[in-house]
Design a binder for this molecule. Structure first.
Ligand SMILES: C[S@@+](CC[C@H](N)C(=O)[O-])C[C@H]1O[C@@H](n2cnc3c(N)ncnc32)[C@H](O)[C@@H]1O
Length: 198
């Protein structure tokens, strides 16, 4: 009973914000366990020390990242929704997690402010395909700059429309599909190492 109440609160918070701002949130319910697993399969966990997450929402992916990452690794989660930021800071008191109340566009300057030049993985839940193209391009360019050589940006989308843009920024993009999510989602893994655009 208590567990189902604890699960219901973030779901209600998530749905409320979806109805207030569907394009900003991108999905009515949080990602499924299957989608989260598929998303995180592209990360090299033993070597990842600095990880960034974009769009943690109410934290389903955040919790799964924390469960897999090393005890001495750090996770910086970028979220623009103030209520989600407050919820995450309260609900996930893990000292390895820093919730940054800012757009993913600021990833390079936010990491630089803590003395970090590169990250070993970027994990995105952002609604890239429906966000303003200039914001999307700024996030892709900033991510390509901060990812360590060979490191991956992984993410999911409900459409493959903008993947050509992703390929222009990263060169090396693999696409997978997870049907056990609502809606079913395409999971992408984009690797740095080629020359980033923008
Ligand atoms: C589809 S929800 C994902 C939530 C959760 N990670 C999941 O998988 O269920 C997308 C999230 O991205 C956040 N978001 C949208 N644009 C953003 C941006 N430019 N920077 C950081 N977060 C953003 C939204 O506020 C929302 O919490």
């Amino acid at each position: 009973m208590i567990a189902s109440v604890t699960r219901a609160r973030p779901r209600l918070l998530f749905a409320r914000h979806f109805f207030a701002n569907p394009r900003g949130i991108g999905s009515m319910i949080p990602s499924s366990r299957r989608l989260t697993q598929r998303l995180l399969a592209g990360v090299d966990w033993p070597s990842a020390r600095v990880i960034v997450e974009y769009g943690p929402g109410t934290g389903v992916v955040t919790r799964a990242i924390l469960a897999q990452m090393a005890p001495d690794a750090r996770l910086y989660a970028f979220e623009i929704n103030e209520d989600f930021v407050a919820f995450l800071r309260r609900a996930i008191p893990d000292p390895r997690l820093t919730v940054v109340h800012a757009s993913a566009e600021t990833v390079a300057s936010a990491l630089a402010a803590t003395g970090i030049a590169h990250c070993d993985a970027a994990i995105s839940s952002l609604p890239f395909s429906i966000m303003p193209p200039r914001v999307r391009l700024r996030i892709l360019a900033a991510t390509a700059r901060v990812l360590a050589p060979g490191a991956a940006m992984v993410g999911y989308q409900y459409s493959t429309r903008w993947l050509r843009e992703l390929r222009r920024s990263f060169g090396n993009v693999a696409v997978d599909f997870e049907p056990r999510n609502w809606p079913p989602a395409f999971v992408f893994t984009a690797r740095s190492g080629s020359t980033p655009a923008g």
